[in-house]
Design a protein around this ligand. Structure first.
Ligand SMILES: C[S@@+](CC[C@H](N)C(=O)[O-])C[C@H]1O[C@@H](n2cnc3c(N)ncnc32)[C@H](O)[C@@H]1O
Length: 293
């Protein structure tokens, strides 16, 4: 749980920025699509045959459409904090829309009955939540026994270059606090999930300049939504100084932006079996799971 209110997510601010980003999201979301594709690939070896799927943080609907191709007979519920994202997703395909359900809600408080979902899917959304225990307890509550939770999120090394460059010029928080994979695993165990598996994949996106990094973040709606953020715009002078610090990372003419992608899955135990303890979280590189087809 992010107890420090300075670094907790201001949900109203997050919702407004995702609402605003709805038209630009897809053009800036190459990394997000790659992560979803990796998760969909992993379903070749994580066997599941769901009748009901919940996509938490559905965004513009890319994940739900990929899931629909894989499980054409399942009913998918798209859930998002942002009403504009849901409206956009539902407007994309009339035929497809008729078979989907849309829920505007917070992942930490799911308006869904206990034990009704076979498969909870969520890509790059959990990092927008403040209380992992609440989040995983909600996922566990709505899953049927032997239901699957599959998610991706971001780890602490994400955007370390940008975080460091901002830290060199002012003291206010600019980048979300991303949670360590081991703490995520512990929260899954506390929620009573069985056979949790976590993997971590470092990805670098290269840019011509720091403004490219910031354009992509703004384009997908990932603005500074920290409660303790400094209000008002940074001055051109501050941005110039921040940019100069970021330049220290330039290699082969490009500026890298690191993303620590955390992939996780776990099962809702059936009532007859005991949940596993914290010593049983399996962790290994995501590439391995994709090779074992
Ligand atoms: C980075 S986007 C990912 C969208 C989509 N899953 C994808 O991979 O393209 C994060 C999405 O999560 C939604 N979101 C953020 N915080 C949320 C919360 N607490 N509950 C539900 N949705 C949330 C945002 O509105 C946004 O659509």
């Amino acid at each position: 749980m992010l107890e420090d209110t300075e670094i907790s997510i201001d949900k109203k601010r997050a919702r407004e920025s995702f609402d605003r980003a709805v038209e630009t999201y897809d053009a800036h979301a190459a990394l997000q699509r790659m992560v979803v594709d990796n998760m969909i690939d992993s379903l070749d070896i994580i066997r599941v045959a769901p009748k009901t799927i919940l996509d938490i943080g559905a965004g513009t609907g890319y994940c739900a459409r990929s899931l629909e191709r894989l499980f054409p007979r399942a009913q998918t519920i798209l859930l998002d904090l942002s009403p504009s994202m849901l409206a956009y997703a539902s407007s994309k395909d009339n035929r497809w829309r008729k078979r989907q359900r849309y829920l505007c809600a917070d992942a930490e408080s799911l308006p869904i009955a206990d034990g009704t979902i076979d498969f909870v899917f969520s890509s790059l959304t959990f990092q927008w939540c403040n209380d992992l225990d609440k989040l995983f307890a909600e996922c566990r509550r709505i899953l049927k026994p032997e239901g699957l939770l599959l998610f991706s999120s971001l780890g602490p090394d994400t955007l370390r270059e940008l975080r460091g460059a901002w830290a060199a010029v002012d003291q206010s928080p600019h980048i979300n606090q991303f949670i360590d994979m081991h703490d995520v695993g512990d929260a899954m165990i506390r929620a009573g999930f069985a056979s949790p598996v976590l993997e971590c994949d470092m990805t670098t996106v290269n840019y011509d300049d720091v403004f490219g990094v910031m354009r992509d973040l703004r384009g997908i709606g990932a603005v500074n939504a920290l409660s303790g953020r400094r209000r008002g715009l940074s001055t051109p002078r501050t941005i110039k100084r921040m940019s100069a610090h970021y330049e220290a990372h330039r290699r082969d003419g490009k500026l890298p932006a690191t993303y620590e992608i955390v992939y996780g899955h776990a099962w809702c135990p059936d009532p007859g079996s005991r949940a596993q303890d914290g010593s049983t979280v399996a962790t290994f590189p995501f590439a391995d799971i994709r090779k074992r087809k």
